[in-house]
Design a protein around this ligand. Structure first.
Ligand code: GLN
Length: 329
């Protein structure tokens, strides 16, 4: 899909170098284990919808996905319960509030699947009849297929740290149980446990780029050719990422970068250029809204050089390069 892949990689190298200069931001410490990572680390990887891959920087270092598990859990809930049932319990509006606020929409639902409350409800719908270990195995297996055959592992230290400091998520859970938000029969403590485990999954940028590429490719993993998720579920997920994936920066991000993305407090940012590629940036320093500073920088550079903003297609013959059709633009 990229006409000159080596040339494109050279452009990615310079975007990586330019973004490395960004040293602002702070590592998240409210989950103590997250505060122990080296804040200078920086990895970047892409995977195209025809399976070309590129990676640079700390691309072999593992990190935990944190909120980047939310698109996955939403997809898995859609697979099991269907769109109608999922959205009986979870809204689809940006919340306008922090990701862990105790607020709900006028129907008493979490605002969307990308905030903590919505992520917890999505977990409640994943194999609720099974044991917690079976549920995690099922999640890992689906991740493995989305990531082109490499499964994440559970980072036990993060999981423990997360669970021990999760008063807010417990509060969200109890509140939702009290007001009848959780599906009938959902076990709250097991649901929360699954949520903590999902946030603590350990990945690297290359895996996450393949995950994002599976979404860019409508649910079919580009490196294995396997259909993992139905195309209409992917459409739903990309819609939610577009409007709600970047915390309280989601509107600005949709305006200025214009692609579906999700970030997590570990400094992970995954993004999708539909029909072209998926990519992941990981660098732990976060801005005041919780997005990776270098992650945002890579997104801005990519979109200022290439016509990847969703609505660049309407601008016509812009200054920007179209790497699919060099010479046009
Ligand atoms: N595990 C984190 C939490 O529940 C995820 C939040 C995030 O990455 N925004 O607080």
């Amino acid at each position: 899909v990229i006409a000159d892949f080596p040339g494109f990689c050279t452009a990615l190298d310079s975007i990586f170098e330019a973004s490395r200069a960004e040293i602002g931001g702070e590592v998240a410490t409210y989950i103590p284990e997250l505060g122990h990572v080296d804040p200078d680390q920086f990895g970047f990887a892409i995977c195209t919808i025809d399976g070309d891959q590129y990676a640079v920087g700390d691309h072999e270092t593992s990190f935990c996905v944190q909120s980047c598990c939310k698109p996955a859990n939403y997809l898995f809930a859609l697979q099991e319960a269907g769109e109608q049932e999922v959205h009986r319990h979870i809204g689809r509006e940006p919340s306008g509030k922090g990701f862990n606020e105790l607020t709900f929409d006028e129907l008493g639902r979490p605002h969307n699947p990308m905030v903590n409350a919505g992520g917890i409800v999505a977990c409640s719908m994943i194999q609720p009849q099974k044991t917690i270990d079976e549920r995690l195995d099922s999640v890992l297996e689906r991740w493995r297929r989305l990531c082109g055959g490499t499964a994440p592992t559970l980072d036990e230290a993060v999981y423990r740290s997360e669970k021990e400091t999760a008063d807010r998520n417990f509060a969200l859970g109890y509140l939702m149980r009290e007001q009848g938000t959780l599906p009938d029969g959902a076990d709250l403590l097991e649901t929360l446990d699954l949520y903590f485990r999902c946030c603590s999954l350990s990945v690297d940028v290359k895996m996450m780029a393949r995950f994002a590429a599976s979404l860019a490719n409508g649910g079919e993993c580009p490196t294995t050719g396997e259909r993992v998720i139905a195309a209409d579920s992917v459409r739903a997920c990309l819609s939610m990422m577009s409007s709600c994936g970047m915390y309280d920066f989601s509107g600005e991000f949709a305006f200025s970068v214009g692609i579906p993305a999700k970030s997590g407090v570990s400094g992970c940012l995954m993004a999708v250029v539909p029909n072209v590629m998926g990519f992941c940036v990981w660098s732990p320093r976060l801005d005041s809204l919780g997005n990776s500073v270098r992650g945002l920088s890579v997104c801005r550079h990519l979109v200022s050089r290439f016509n990847f903003h969703t609505f660049d297609s309407l601008v016509g013959r812009s200054e920007k390069e179209d790497p699919r059709f060099p010479g046009i633009g």
